[in-house]
Each structure stands twice: as C-alpha cells, then as structure tokens.
Design a protein. Structure first.
Length: 237
C-alpha cells in the first residue's frame, strides 16, 4: 500500500473490510484490503465508456456499496454505473421518468457568473475565441477533462461540437460560429480543472458562466468575438 498512488480520488465506500475508492483522474475503481493493506485496481484502465467484464470509466467521483454491488457516479460519462464486487462486471443504470425531475438551467445553476462588455461583430461566418488566464504558478490539468458548454440567443449559430469535454485543453480555444444580424447574448459555461505547475497533486475546480452581449451588424468588419477570462485564486487559508 505504501507504493500505491492515486490521482485526485473523490469517493470512498466500505464493505466487509474493503475500502472502495473512486480514483477520479486515473479513471479507475481501486480496492484496499484493510487487513493486508494491499491496493489493487478493481476496474477501469483509461478514460472511456464500456460495460462488461473489462469496463471503462471517465472521471468517476461518487461511490457507494450495497448488496455486493458498487454504485459509481461516472461523472465524465454522465451515467450511474454498477460494478459487481465478485465478478468485476459493470453495467449502466437506466433511469426512467427522469425528465420529470429536470429543472431549467436558470433554476439549477449555482456557480459564479460574470457579464462582459458588449461587442460588435459582422454577420456571417466567424468565431468565438475563449482565452483563459490562470493564477501565477498554476496551469490547466493536462490529465483531467475540462467541460465547455455554449448557448446563444438568435444572433449566433454555434457549432454543436463545441459542447464537449476536453482533456488538457489549450487556449485560446476557437469556437466556429455563424453570426446573425441582431442583438443578443452568447453564454459559455466552463468547468475547468487546474493545478499547481510544480505540484500537480494540488488541483482546483473553477465553475463559471460567462455572458457576452453581442451586436451583430454590418457597421463593423470584425468576425471574431473574443472572450478573455481570468481565474482568481480562491482563498486557500
């Protein structure tokens, strides 16, 4: 056990003398025998999604144990997974009627929110460029997925592929967009994982919603709408 290494484990459960660990950034479910201290990998190897006897997970976070089954919040796959303790076989829990529980985004969002100064762009093909500045001594985590989701009123048709999780994204990030004449707002929801540059085991999450008011008009020749965001280091004391 002294040589076992984890990367940002976020979930722990116990069952019959075994500690089950959601080894989040290693995309694995780990098993610790409390008698011998032996640490083994129960399931998972790399980021992905696969059921069966050699399952894959993506940033598992929450974990619980009941009746010889491990229940896993497979965060990167937006799924609840079940892992049989005895066989190591996994499947995905299918939820029915979940639409009755869904609230609007406006009701459920609980992160930070900022609104930038309004910009003007011309109608037609263009791009939104997102640039993120990290606190001094910090950098994006190159092994963890960060999430980007985009929405807009009728003034911007954003490439749907821009809504994605990217492991170790580089900035500026270009988002292909077609601008449509009028006035409205582009909204970017960011989930960023960043770490100390010299000690990557110390990582932080930043969840922010950015509102960019836009006027799409033929009075300008600009085809780029820049979003510049600076992460402020939280008080860690």
């Amino acid at each position: 056990a002294a040589t076992a290494r984890f990367q940002y484990p976020l979930g722990v459960a116990t069952s019959d003398g075994i500690i089950w660990v959601a080894d989040t950034f290693n995309h694995r479910i780990r098993k610790i025998d409390t008698t011998s201290g032996q640490v083994t990998t129960a399931a998972g190897s790399q980021a992905g999604w696969r059921d069966g006897i050699e399952p894959l997970f993506s940033t598992p976070t929450g974990i619980d144990a009941a009746n010889d089954i491990i229940y896993i919040a497979d965060t990167g796959n937006h799924s609840i997974r079940r892992l049989d303790m005895a066989t190591g076989e996994a499947d995905t829990l299918v939820l029915r009627g979940i639409e009755l529980l869904v609230t609007s985004t406006a009701d459920s969002y609980d992160g930070a929110e900022i609104t930038l100064d309004a910009l003007e762009v011309m109608p037609g093909p263009g791009a939104i460029t997102l640039d993120v500045a990290f606190p001094a001594g910090f950098k994006i985590n190159p092994l963890a997925p960060s999430r980007f989701e985009w929405s807009s009123s009728a003034i911007a048709a954003i490439d749907p592929s821009a809504n994605q999780s990217i492991t170790g994204p580089t900035f500026p990030l270009d988002v292909t967009t077609t601008f449509i004449e009028g006035e409205g707002t582009v909204q970017a929801d960011l989930w960023l994982v960043y770490c100390e540059a010299d000690q990557e085991s110390i990582c932080l999450f930043d969840r922010t919603r950015i509102n960019l008011p836009l006027k799409v008009t033929g009075d300008t020749t600009s085809t780029i709408a820049p979003i510049d965001y600076e992460i402020i280091l939280p008080d860690l004391s």
